[in-house]
Design a protein around this ligand. Structure first.
Ligand SMILES: CC(=O)N[C@H]1[C@@H](OP(=O)(O)OP(=O)(O)OC[C@H]2O[C@@H](n3ccc(=O)[nH]c3=O)[C@H](O)[C@@H]2O)O[C@H](CO)[C@@H](O)[C@@H]1O
Length: 353
């Protein structure tokens, strides 16, 4: 049996694409092991899939000053030693990395043992962890054609992003039941990325009473970001993070209000969900979500609002506009040619093992 190591973590966006590959990898006869950090979100998310999980020490690699910059390099070195030991023990035929800081020692260790490595970049421009991994990779999958010029020639493969297929199999009534919602009022789902987004949460809560006149709202607000004072309002429900229920929540949703993380928007496109995107500002990131959102807006898939100038009336008007014109958005998304990313990546893995 062929052995594969999956790695990636830090935020769910570095884990859910790996999860999307698991069923097809098993079908193709691969034995899967996962390497992540000792206690990151990847450990919790992978625990549902009967895949052996190995934790390594992980440190954040920063481009800015932080007191932890003096201790994190030691954690990364420890992670490298642990990853090398795991390569010797597990003897994989290939490593597939979805990025995030924990993946760098794994990719490095694989290259030292001459094990083929594929990395996947979801964003338009490579993140720091993937940039550090590029020299060690045999192939680099990307989600957007715009990314190819940033990648070493001969390594880039346009694959799109693997999307968990079960998301397409949701049940509307199960979603309504889970949220205690009625079938007679449209539903808005709010997702501030896998960790939640304070700016998005605040904007929705400021608009709540007005929005609840016409909609019901399920709010995935991120760990530690629930507002208990809003717990008993009819038609409004908050969750920190949902796993298997997400498919049913999508099935019952009419309009999604979301950050513009690469995986989140690819899921919206695959599910053809009319959406309002509020990308993470350039001040807090390298600006990729803004590029993602503009690209979706240009193609007619999304309405976009800027975080800096967000106001309550504008948010309500935009949600109403998208809801009223939902058929136009769905039509535009139906015409897009989204790649079958899972098959392309599985074939790439097979070609190197
Ligand atoms: C703040 C930050 O650095 N964000 C980055 C991070 O976002 P983040 O980790 O939020 O990743 P994405 O928005 O791309 O994906 C979030 C994933 O979490 C899932 N989900 C979310 C909420 C929930 O309750 N349940 C659930 O399953 C979504 O379905 C999706 O699969 O990685 C992305 C991919 O590299 C980048 O594009 C984002 O810019």
């Amino acid at each position: 049996m062929k052995q594969i190591i999956l790695t990636g973590g830090g935020t769910a966006g570095h884990v859910t694409p790996n999860i999307a590959l698991i069923p097809k990898l098993k079908e193709a006869g691969y034995e899967i092991n996962y390497i992540g950090s000792y206690d990151g979100i990847e450990k919790k998310l992978i625990s549902d899939f009967h895949v052996p999980y190995f934790g390594i020490s992980s440190g954040k690699l920063r481009r800015y000053f932080d007191i932890k910059n003096f201790t994190d390099p030691f954690k990364v070195l420890k992670g490298c030693r642990e990853a090398i030991r795991l390569m010797n023990k597990l003897k994989p035929d290939i490593v597939f990395s979805k990025g995030g800081f924990v993946s760098v020692p794994v990719v490095y260790a694989a290259q030292r043992r001459k094990i083929p490595v594929i990395i996947h970049e979801s964003d338009m421009t490579p993140g720091l962890a993937n940039k550090l991994s590029l020299p060690f990779a045999n192939k680099v999958c990307c989600n957007f054609p715009e990314t190819i010029p940033y990648l070493p020639s001969g390594k880039a493969v346009l694959t799109g992003s693997p999307i968990r297929q079960e998301l397409l199999l949701g049940n509307r009534l199960s979603g309504l039941k889970f949220c205690n919602f009625t079938a007679n009022k449209p539903v808005i789902m709010v997702i501030g990325g896998s960790m939640g987004a304070v700016a998005v949460n605040n904007a929705i809560r400021d608009a709540l009473s007005k929005l609840l006149e016409n909609y019901q709202i399920v709010h995935l607000c991120g760990k530690g970001k629930q507002d208990s004072s809003l717990n008993h309002i009819t038609g409004y429900i908050q969750f920190e993070y949902v796993k298997e229920e997400l498919k049913d929540l999508f099935a019952m949703t009419d309009v999604v209000v979301s950050r513009a993380g690469a995986n989140a928007i690819c899921e919206l496109l695959a599910l053809k969900k009319p959406n309002v995107l509020i990308p993470l500002s350039a001040a807090a990131s390298r600006g990729d979500q803004i590029l993602n959102a503009k690209s979706f807006q240009k193609q007619g898939f999304s309405a976009v609002l800027e975080e800096e100038s967000l106001d309550t009336m504008q948010l309500i008007d935009t949600i109403n506009e998208v809801y009223t014109n939902k058929a136009t958005y769905i039509n535009a998304m139906s015409n897009s040619k989204q790649a079958d990313s899972i098959d392309i990546i599985i074939n790439l893995i097979k070609s190197l093992t």
